[in-house]
Design a protein. Structure first.
Length: 402
């Protein structure tokens, strides 16, 4: 009579088989992973329970007169190209007037392009055509490039600025340029700051909104046109998101309402007229706004349905509405509800969708990345990739990661 294994012995066999099966499965997955990493054929993602992280590689396109594309040349590009040097793990990008900056996942800050007034933060005024490290470890959280100055928030909540300072836009109670980052005040609860033409706005964790710099159009939101060289508070304490460009600003409150102030020559404040405003004025009656982005004389807002609304100048189709007529009240941009990130430049816009595809419209001397220099008045897809993120738009160049 054949020997009948005990219950304990049977369980032991099953356990061993299960472990061996799991080991075999894991070994197979690791083999595919190392094969893929070595450059051979093999899947990059979805290997068992493991998923490869995005590389977030830097790509740039557009005018490159001052090396603002970061590829080590001064050659213009009308399709996305790779920057040189530190090419991966970019967390945030920003583009200004012929220069660029980026934060990496480790908090390090990099800059390249035009360096008049020391806007690159490198301690000199020499231009760079490749990303160059700013300091040893900036430990940055957010970064914003204006026309000629930069503001940034570090992970410790402190606010820093550098570049042109002739109108007090650096916020350090002075009107002089600086080529290295200087701390703005002593507050440690900053969460975000935005640099515009010659002024800046910043948001603190307590919901207070602050502004400083040039104020000829009332862009500081103080009810007057007096410039300030250090931050002054704007209105109430329930702000959650801010943006600014050229000479106007917009912000969203915690109740989802949208507010705007400053220059309104082309209707960029969305008020139905072209009168400047020196204090925040509510835009329309909707209260479901999630995000707002300002370009030069135009604005784009995204609501909770992920629809885009546009207002302001449209002479080159920068509103994406299929024509070149200015608007002074927000107009819905198409019917798509899958928009993700948006960046507005001088006269063009970049936007990603939730599927990771990149779209562009407006002025085009190469900054739309479409392989030509034909301006577009409606959104057009850039290439076929579906891994885009972290978009930024400058004067006439664009940045993105994939």
């Amino acid at each position: 009579m054949p020997h009948k294994p005990s219950l304990f012995s049977r369980l032991n066999q099953l356990t061993r088989r299960g472990l061996l099966a799991q080991i075999a499965k894991l070994s197979s997955g690791l083999a595919l992973l190392f094969k893929s990493a070595s450059g051979n054929a093999g899947p990059q993602t979805n290997i068992g329970f493991w998923k490869a992280p995005r590389l977030k590689r830097l790509r740039a396109f557009g005018v490159n007169t001052n090396g603002q594309l970061g590829d080590g040349t001064l050659t213009p590009r009308d399709t996305p190209i790779a920057a040189t040097g530190a090419d991966t793990n970019w967390a945030e990008l920003t583009a200004g007037n012929s220069y660029s900056l980026g934060l990496k996942d480790d908090g390090t800050l990099w800059s390249w392009g035009f360096n008049n007034f020391g806007r690159l933060g490198l301690g000199d005024t020499n231009g760079r055509s490749s990303p160059t490290l700013v300091g040893a470890n900036f430990n940055g959280k957010t970064i914003s490039a204006g026309s000629s100055h930069v503001v940034a928030v570090k992970r410790d909540g402190t606010l820093w600025a550098w570049g042109q300072g002739n109108t007090g836009q650096l916020g350090n109670n002075a009107v002089v340029d600086t080529s290295t980052p200087v701390q703005v005040g002593s507050a440690t609860n900053w969460v975000h700051a935005v640099a515009a033409n010659s002024f800046s706005v910043g948001l603190r964790s307590d919901g207070t909104l602050w502004a400083w710099g040039y104020n000829n159009y009332g862009q500081l939101g103080q009810g007057n046109t007096t410039s300030k060289s250090s931050p002054v508070q704007i209105g109430s304490t329930d702000w959650v998101q801010i943006t600014a460009a050229s000479d106007h600003a917009l912000a969203i409150k915690s109740d989802g309402t949208l507010w705007a102030w400053g220059s309104n020559q082309f209707g960029q404040l969305g008020q139905g007229h072209t009168l400047n405003l020196s204090s925040p004025m509510r835009v329309g009656s909707l209260s479901n706004w999630l995000k707002v982005i300002a370009g030069t004389h135009f604005s784009i807002a995204q609501n909770s349905a992920n629809l885009l609304w546009v207002t302001g100048i449209n002479t080159i189709g920068q509103l994406g509405l299929g024509d070149t007529a200015n608007r002074s009240t927000p107009q819905q941009l198409g019917s798509l509800t899958t928009w993700a990130q948006i960046a507005c430049g001088h006269s063009h816009t970049l936007a990603t969708k939730q599927d990771g595809k990149l779209w562009a419209w407006g002025q085009n001397v190469g900054q739309l990345g479409l392989g030509d220099t034909i301006s577009r008045s409606i959104p057009v897809q850039v290439g076929t990739n579906s891994t885009w993120s972290n978009v930024a738009a400058g004067l006439d160049h664009s940045l993105a990661t994939e």
